[in-house]
Design a protein around this ligand. Structure first.
Ligand code: HEM
Length: 203
């Protein structure tokens, strides 16, 4: 299906009018109408049935996400305001930390970084879908090792316990440990080492 969009899914479209069938500059995928119109006029059109089915699936997924988010809010009391406070306080500590501070010296615009991290956590815990980045890609070039992750989690967990009620702190911490494990394992693999998850097992 994708291959018909002007050649390859991974390459810019070559179809009439240069309709998009890959992400635009802002990282958004084209909608189904645009995708359906994409192609060379002979093959690759998404049928109306398929387009309707995709739309219904997308709506069902959005409804499921809403239910999950509602459940998380009721169980934990997490709010956008709480996320802002957590992110601001945590990165205040990170910037002053002897081990982590220098790694974060590459951040050029802290207002943007904090806003991005607010969107990230809102997407992770409230499923708001506001974050569209690629965090793994941002971390691989940083050559992070175990000590970095341990310190990052120490500060994050300390801050989460201060800012959030227990159930909310537990959710943030669980997510952070899982994500830290995935970054750590990917960083190790990139450096030719084998690592297994250790943060989810933290006490
Ligand atoms: C060893 C611990 C970590 C260090 C030293 C670290 C460092 C950094 C730095 C320097 C950036 C900015 C990258 C850039 O602007 O190019 C960044 C971005 C980011 N970090 Fe981390 N990080 C760590 C762990 C984590 C963890 C565990 C998470 C999630 C739970 C996380 C989430 C993010 C996100 C979402 C971004 C923004 C990526 C984007 O540009 O879209 N980081 N981190």
């Amino acid at each position: 299906m994708m291959a018909a969009c002007g050649g390859s899914f991974w390459l810019p479209p070559t179809g009439p009018g240069n309709l998009r069938c890959d992400k635009d500059a802002a990282g958004h995928w084209p909608d189904n109408a645009e995708r359906a119109a994409c192609g060379n006029g002979t093959t690759g059109r998404i049928s109306k049935d398929m387009s309707d089915r995709l739309k219904a699936e997308r709506e069902a997924a959005a409804a499921r996400r809403n239910l999950l988010a509602q459940d998380a809010i009721e169980r934990t009391g997490i709010t956008e305001e709480m996320i802002r406070e957590l992110v601001t306080r945590f990165y205040g500590r990170v910037r002053e930390d002897a081990l982590l501070g220098p790694v974060f010296a590459i951040v050029q615009n802290w207002d943007e970084h904090l806003a991005k991290l607010g969107d990230f956590w809102s997407s992770v815990v409230l499923m708001s879908g506001r974050y569209h980045g690629s965090p793994m890609r941002a971390h691989l070039p940083l050559n992070l090792v175990g000590d970095h992750f341990d310190r990052w989690l120490d500060l994050f967990e300390q801050t989460a316990r201060e800012v959030c009620p227990p159930a909310a702190a537990a959710l943030f911490i669980d997510k952070a440990r899982r994500i830290a494990d995935s970054f750590e394992m990917a960083s190790a693999t990139g450096a030719g080492r084998i690592a297994s998850p250790r943060h989810v097992l933290r006490s």
